[in-house]
Design a protein around this ligand. Structure first.
Ligand code: NCD
Length: 307
């Protein structure tokens, strides 16, 4: 069996993404059909960086497929603390498990693991680089809320420099026709030029950059809020100065479209006032649930389990 890993959302073709979305929706409709699909299979979650949703969602996904889970939840408690390389860890875990989900603070770590592992590796976030399974959760949310992936004006707001979820979502949505991006960030946290050049400019995708959420609001179909990524800053003073650059509240939503889809990969710090949670446009907790179904679909695909 050729093992297949997912490091970047672009590792999946549009047809494969469509297939995963369909499987996720079938799981939602018929959960019992999938309850034993991964019996006797093991998922290893190797998380060398903090996480609540992503790790628990992978683990819940595997349990709901009838499989089981082995877990490293903290670099300090693993042999990484003794200086073991990612490659050796991946080879070792291949002896115990059938599939790996890995989060690591270094960009490229999941790719290194995939090269050494004998089993599929899923990137659950590598530094400020990418986070494909969050994007899969985002895509299922957009499909369920907006009905399509094309002709949308998508606002991305906050830390566009270090926010890996933003980089992966742009890569994903840039493949569908008619989308435009509004990039809303402080000067210091603008989208990296490699994403602007290699993804947006290269494919002729329209985008604008602004520092004002208020100005952008009326035109948006999707608003993707993000947390300022404290752990990627070199300097705490810069973080403190920038952390509350954008706070979405009901006042700011007054000029928004009635069918705006407000998203956030979570965790939120201050970016969205709690009062927004009761607005029907708030979709961020739906994203959490959608993430579990998409991870179930991805595990089935990479383990080549037919249901
Ligand atoms: C995101 C991440 O880890 O990049 N969280 C998540 O997986 N849902 C976003 C963040 O940490 O800000």
């Amino acid at each position: 069996m050729m093992k297949r890993s997912v490091i970047d959302i672009l590792d999946l073709t549009l047809e494969e993404i469509e297939g995963l979305l369909d499987t996720a929706q079938d799981i939602i409709a018929n959960p019992d059909k999938y309850a034993r699909a991964c019996a006797r299979k093991k998922l290893a979650t190797l998380f060398f960086e903090p996480s609540t949703r992503t790790r628990l969602s992978f683990e819940a996904a595997m349990y709901e497929l009838g499989g089981s889970v082995l877990s490293v939840t903290d670099a300090a408690s693993s042999s990484a603390a003794k200086g073991e390389s990612v490659a050796d860890t991946a080879k070792t875990v291949s002896c115990y498990a059938d599939i790996i989900a890995m989060r690591h603070p270094k960009e490229g770590a999941a790719l290194v693991a995939a090269h050494s592992a004998a089993i599929p590796v899923i990137n659950a976030g590598d530094g400020g680089h990418c986070h494909p399974t969050q994007t899969m959760a985002d895509l299922l949310t957009i499909r369920r809320e907006k009905g399509a992936f094309s002709d949308l004006t998508i606002g991305l707001c906050g830390d566009l420099k270090f926010g890996r979820t933003v980089h992966s979502l742009i890569n994903a949505m840039a493949r569908y026709p008619g989308n435009r991006f509004v990039l809303i960030s402080p000067e210091e946290l603008k989208l990296p030029s490699y994403v602007k050049k290699d993804v947006l400019a290269k494919n002729g995708i329209p985008y604008t950059q602004t520092t004002s959420l208020e100005k952008a609001m009326p035109e948006l179909d999707v608003l993707y809020m993000t947390r300022v990524q404290r752990e990627r800053f070199f300097n705490e003073e810069d973080y403190l100065r920038l952390k509350d650059s954008y706070i979405l509240d009901m006042q700011k939503l007054r000029t928004a479209k009635p069918d705006l889809c407000v998203m956030h990969p979570l965790p939120r710090v201050n970016e969205i006032a709690v009062e927004v949670d009761d607005d029907p446009r708030a979709c961020y907790f739906k994203q959490v649930l959608n993430g579990k179904y998409m991870r179930m679909a991805l595990i089935l695909k990479l383990l080549e389990v037919e249901v």
